[in-house]
Design a protein around this ligand. Sequence first.
Ligand code: F6P
Length: 546
Amino acid sequence: MDITRLPSWQQLESLAPQMRARHLRELFAGDPRRGLRYSLELPEFLFDYSKNLVDDEVFVKLLQLARDTGLEDWRTDLFSGAPINRTEGRPVLHPALRGGLPNPVSLDGAPVQDLVETELGRLKEFVNLLHNGAVTGYTGRRITDVVNLGVGGSHLGPEMVIEALRAHRSDEVRVHFVSNVDGAQLADVLARLDVETTLFAVSSKTFTTAETMTNARSALRWLGDLAPRTQLLRQHFVAVTASPEKAQAFGIDPGRVFRFWDWVGGRFSLWSAIGLPIAIALGFERFRELLDGAASMDRHFREAPLEENAPVLMALLSVWYCTFMGYPAHAILPYEQALHRLPAYLQQAEMESNGKSTTRAGEEAGYATGPLIWGMLGINGQHAFYQYLHQSPEVVPADFIGSVTPGHELEGHHEILLANMFAQSQALMNGVDREQVKAELASKGLSEKEIEQLAPYKVHRGSRPSNSILLRQLNPRSLGALIALYEHKIFTQGVVLQIYSFDQWGVELGKGLAAALQPQLESGELRSQDASTARLIDYYQRVRNG
Ligand code: F6P
């Protein structure tokens, strides 16, 4: 299907320039009920999408595009285990990890839900043993620290969730993360730990990722030689992987290999055994609540009509901006300290999924398929890059994310925080026009000449769109729902824009080249390198070897 020939697509193309010429102020002035009409109240949060450059006509066409591109059928296929990850010949069943499937699904004769529950049961048992002090190191002392060795999807989700739910953390066993092959990170973490009481969780779907395996080998060396290697591996290592045979070949006790499956994408895997660090840090019950929250969003995504479906609306707005309006970036701005790792997590989730230019038909897309995702804590961003959001010629749509209930008891802070969140989205929406600026400067007693000189710099064009997601409270359940909201948004965008969202061929090229370059860096023996790379290796060799 050439979607660019669909009437809905073409109508959206002609609506985009008209909408760019309008102002959000005007859209609000024309409809006093806009805030109510363009918002959804779900059990865990309010989703306010009224500050977007859209009107009913645009929404009708976007929803039509979703229907024309078969979103409803794709959604059914997702939840029924059809092999929708066609370039890898696999289904995409992360909702099964949290009980989010409407009907039982079996793969190769095995009921998926049974596999999931069995593995969750093993995880729970291990976490309980760990918390009870029954997991010991080679000298018999209880394990007090777990280091997760993993990168990308085997790191970002668990770390983000643990940070987000710090308030629920049990300190029985401390969790640390090492993702970087830069030995500085591992060395830094190990310097604070005791070999006798440290356990390493090698988290890798493939169990081949060079960064993770290098860290795992260094961790084993760090444990020393006071006990046989087989014993160190048995007592100080667990694995979380979709390749259990590789973990066993590495020497990890099969009883301590927690598995997930190739139908779980790395960036969608925090609900699987990859969530082991979450269950350790927060307790298994909290992990379950997280899964339940995500399952409630699965239900909403499956059952709500498209026009009242939060992930669908978010996705269509993103398609509208990125593909039709020509806004190539999207900012994630949490107003909740605990969500400080959310932008990095969503960066992988969305950009590794939809940062692609080949359509499902194997052709060059010829249109933008997904925005650059970036961001940081909103309140810190205000003093860093918001200048760009307010006055750069580029328009960057944004998601503001906050929570009604503070995660602390300090007086006065939360109102200041949320006042900033609401004010920033308001400022981006309304801006300040020249007349307002002039009136303000005149009220301060500036002369006519001074006003003329200063006014152009103080004008904010405004009409910069944003969503606001206001959680009742940040807790395991609402966080689960929030993450699943974005997951289904990403899926919907991929479907509408004809992208295979669940592969990631684009990360392979660099991995292969790095593997080929590494021996050349070590030996200094250059083999058919381009002039720039040769220059870098030469400089490295000269400095390194004195
Ligand atoms: O960087 C690509 C990638 O394959 C991600 O998709 C994945 O989450 C990450 O590497 C880690 O892979 P693994 O879990 O197999 O070590």
